[in-house]
Design a protein around this ligand. Structure first.
Ligand code: GLN
Length: 190
């Protein structure tokens, strides 16, 4: 199995390392032809405005939207989750986005860079042990449509931090930075 990682900007290398630990081959995706034959794609954290613009520059936006409709499983972490959301409360102007998942998201919901934090997240689907969530200028999922399954919330204020809609998965934190590969393993089952 080969998993694609969108490698336009952001922390794609850390995702590749997590997959390597699981013995899974990854392919860095920078051009439409790199999507050939892929069944799974990770969109990393970074800066959603930059990644969105580069998706347009490298002609990836439409092919990705199309493949999301067909069979591609996509996991967006942080900026990746913003790019997947159907609605961005405080989008930067008309920032390009995929808009493929029925969630409403707010960028930088916890404040600026210095307000980044770590929190233990209960994700029942991964078992009893909570996952360490690393939140870096993280967005918050404000609401989720009826077809979206909420997988985890912050215990402090109930903000949704992980959700799934069929083959689409979003997390507003960075599992690839926590050295706990359970979510990567889970993504491989979608
Ligand atoms: N705040 C960033 C954005 O709006 C996301 C930060 C991240 O991916 N760690 O794109």
């Amino acid at each position: 199995m080969t998993v694609g990682i969108l490698a336009l900007q952001g922390d794609f290398r850390e995702h590749a390392e997590a997959l390597q630990r699981l013995g899974v081959t990854s392919r860095l995706v920078r051009l439409p032809q790199h999507l050939e034959g892929l069944e799974r794609l990770i969109i990393p954290g970074g800066e959603s405005t930059t990644i969105g613009k580069l998706m347009v520059t490298y002609n990836l936006l439409e092919p990705l939207q199309q493949r999301a409709n067909e069979h591609l499983a996509i996991w967006g972490t942080c900026a990746g989750a913003i790019l997947m959301a159907r609605q961005i409360d405080n989008a930067y102007r008309d920032q390009p986005r995929l808009g493929i998942m029925d969630i409403r998201i707010r960028r930088n919901t916890f404040g600026r860079q210095i307000d980044s934090f770590e929190a233990h997240i209960d994700l029942p689907l991964l078992g009893a042990e909570p996952l360490k969530g690393v939140f870096i200028r993280a967005p918050g999922i404000e609401s989720a449509g009826p077809n979206v399954e909420v997988l985890g919330r912050l215990s402090s204020d109930g903000t949704i931090v992980a959700a799934r809609q069929q083959r689409l998965l979003v997390t507003t934190f960075h599992p690839e930075l926590a050295g706990d590969d359970r979510l990567h393993r889970y993504f491989l089952t979608l």
